[in-house]
Design a binder for this molecule. Structure first.
Ligand code: C5P
Length: 215
């Protein structure tokens, strides 16, 4: 089984996808964490964010692994670091590089080739799993998305004010929707779920009802 979940930053994709994966007993793959891990590595190694060749080479030479809820970049645990504001700010610079996308999309597709999976990202229904059994597009107002992200960052102990989170989300949405390769799109066959004002349980119910052939 393949389930694709796309949508803008902070729409609740990863929270929802994790719960659905557990409920259905399938693998959850956070594709955003892969782009974030590469971005963190680029920043840590002081590679220039405008040097697309060096970024593509770094992507080729390094590995990304998931163990439980942890993310590893070439063996180094980077679970917390990939959520730093500096990483969020630069991930769309890395994610717009065609070669980086081809490499990561290839890895995502090979994982989907041997596991039932729910993946969340921006290009899952359009590029990574165009034949997914179920496609969902999660959305919410920008203020609600920024509020959710602020709560998440606080829980992680990262001090970032609401306005800078809102601004960073708006810039990322623009960049993600306007790049040439794998832009954020809502495919025609996706079920759109507006999560504004909905609880996590309500959103999960809508998705599970659809998957189980209910509403
Ligand atoms: O999902 P998350 O907000 O963690 O993703 C971080 C960034 O990674 C996105 O803003 C986007 O630039 C990039 N991304 C992407 N394609 C995906 C998943 C994430 O370009 N499938």
């Amino acid at each position: 089984m393949q389930i694709a979940i796309d949508g803008p930053a902070g729409a609740g994709k990863s929270t929802i996808a994790k719960i659905i994966a557990k409920e259905l007993g399938i693998l959850y793959l956070d594709t955003g964490a892969m782009y974030r891990a590469i971005t963190y590595g680029i920043w840590k190694n002081k590679i220039d964010f405008s040097d697309q060749k060096a970024i593509a080479d770094f992507t080729k030479e390094n590995t990304i692994d998931f163990k439980g809820t942890d993310v590893y970049l070439s063996g180094e645990k980077v679970t917390e670091e990939i959520r730093l504001p500096i990483v969020s700010r630069h991930t769309s610079d890395v994610a717009c590089i065609g070669e980086v996308r081809r490499l990561l999309v290839g890895q995502q597709q090979s994982i989907a080739g041997c596991h039932s999976v729910i993946m969340d990202g921006r290009d899952i229904g359009s590029v990574v799993l165009p034949k997914a059994d179920y496609k969902f597009y999660l959305d919410a107002s920008i203020d609600e998305r920024a509020r959710r992200r602020a709560i998440e960052q606080q829980a992680r102990g990262i001090d970032q004010d609401f306005d800078s989170i809102r601004e960073s989300i708006a810039v990322r949405d623009y960049n993600d929707s306007h790049r040439d390769e794998g832009p954020l799109v809502c495919t025609e066959d996706a079920i759109v779920v507006d999560t504004t004002g909905k609880s996590i349980e309500e959103v999960c119910q809508v998705i599970l009802d659809n998957i189980r052939g209910g509403k």
